[in-house]
Write a protein that binds this ligand. Sequence first.
Ligand code: SAM
Ligand code: SF4
Ligand code: F3S
Length: 426
Amino acid sequence: MKFYIWTIGCQMNEKQSEELAVLLKKNGNIEVDSPELADLIILNTCSVRRRSEIRIEGRIGEFKKLKEKGNPIIVVAGCYAQAHKEKILERFPYVDKVVGTFDFLNIPELLNDGKRLYVEEKKTEWEIVLPEKAKVSSFIRIMEGCNNFCSYCIVPYVRGRERSKPSELIIEEAKGLVARGAKEIVLLGQNVNSYGKDIPGEMTFAQLLYRLNDIEGLERIRFTTSHPKDMSDELIKAMAELPKVCEHLHLPVQGGNDRILRLMNRNYTKDQYRRLIEKVRNAIPGIALTTDIIIGYPTETEEEFEELLAFIKEIKFDQVYSAIFSRRPMAKASELPDLPYEVKQRRYEIFNQVQNEISKELNERLIGTIQEVLIEEAKTKFPNQSRGRTRTNKVVVIDEKIEPGTIVKVRIKEASEYTLKGEKVE
Ligand code: SAM
Ligand code: SF4
Ligand code: F3S
């Protein structure tokens, strides 16, 4: 069969789609890059905000015509499928199968059975799925699910509780990826720094980093996402000591006011977060910090929003992934009255203006410095350009063709809020 996978959502989804493609290809199927050419269409979906759901619903709608023309098998899978199974079956009768997050990697086997719905919560059977050729920067899913129940978030409802992948499998997977060309691995999970707590006798996340650091041929290690409440001294020490662990931490703060943080069920105060950042910056000089922030949380006042702005000006994050609050039916925050859309939108625009200035200022400070850049596969339209990342996870564009996978020294010449430009010096 010819198959096409469309993916939306977080890096976990991106990785799971890659794994599914490997499994389907193993069975002799061929991946195509357009739904028109496919006998099997799989949508790997996200439910984190209403906006993603609207895009998904639009996309499923587009496939109706294809179904009428060539009768491809249509599978709606992932988080949106887990959350809205009945709605999909009713509203889109031409969808052949609805597959939740627990069954995603079983799709190749499910194709030959007559059922339409697979959304049961069940034990995660971990397996290592290696591609023939690994990307320079390759993901490893080290855990699934989340126990935190932040009041706004749907993830614990659609991905279930935390399940860690046994460490020996992670190490074997990392070695397999390196043997297939990976130079960097990015460890993925909703809350990676609580890794191992669900398996008696399993190593801690910090201990896992020490083991991965020993892998020959591996150059860099990154991880995302960490929760401030699980950011242990042991982990900070590991980050400071281990040469392969990059100087970047993505540590979502979500809010900049204690009342809002309490409402969000984040389990820390603004001051605790501030002190944590101080500790991290003292232990790892030059570390880049990025975060997630929700704008326009229910009941957020103008003063509280001002306090959030003052907080980002004080901390100076290298980058902020900001999102307007979106009401999720299962999550607790949906019980609170939503702010008017115009208020949320205005605050979002102001917020991003302020943060873009900060990101730009921090990037401009790098002009004239020499950075170590790992060149990644071409994501540029220009044949004589290369792209890579600094150890601090900043994207650098270089006007020269350089082999992906090489590490080069680059002098930074230009900076914007999102990217740097530079020239190779070595
Ligand atoms: N586990 C990670 C964490 O703790 O930050 C990431 C979870 S989520 C997949 C990614 C981001 O989406 C969150 O950090 C949050 O900022 C945002 N998000 C989650 N639910 C949201 C909602 N209801 N409205 C707006 N943004 C939301
Ligand atoms: Fe959602 Fe909070 Fe879990 Fe992140 S930690 S996935 S924001 S519930
Ligand atoms: Fe979306 Fe599911 Fe990831 S809801 S953000 S795809 S865990």
